[in-house]
Design a protein around this ligand. Structure first.
Ligand SMILES: [Zn+2]
Length: 78
């Protein structure tokens, strides 16, 4: 196990070593998205994007990697 540079899985920016797979900025966005989804479980990606000011492609990326935490609510995307 050598040292290796990690890149944020969402925005691809290099990030400091962390237990998370996304950088702090993306973590913050993911928190907002998760909060929104909890309150509005049936919202579309467009709704989420407009309400959180996070671009849709970034939200899709977060959804595809499971929001970094397996124990969190995982939205079902249609
Ligand atoms: Zn990031």
């Amino acid at each position: 196990m050598g040292e290796f540079t990690r890149n944020c899985r969402v925005c691809k920016e290099p990030m400091k070593s962390s237990p998370f797979i996304m950088c702090s900025a993306c973590l913050k966005d993911s928190e907002q998205i998760l909060n929104y989804i909890r309150k509005h479980p049936l919202s579309s990606l467009e709704d989420i994007s407009q309400s959180t000011n996070v671009c849709i492609s970034k939200i899709e990326m977060m959804v595809s990697i499971g929001f970094n935490r397996k124990d969190e609510y995982e939205p079902e995307m249609n």
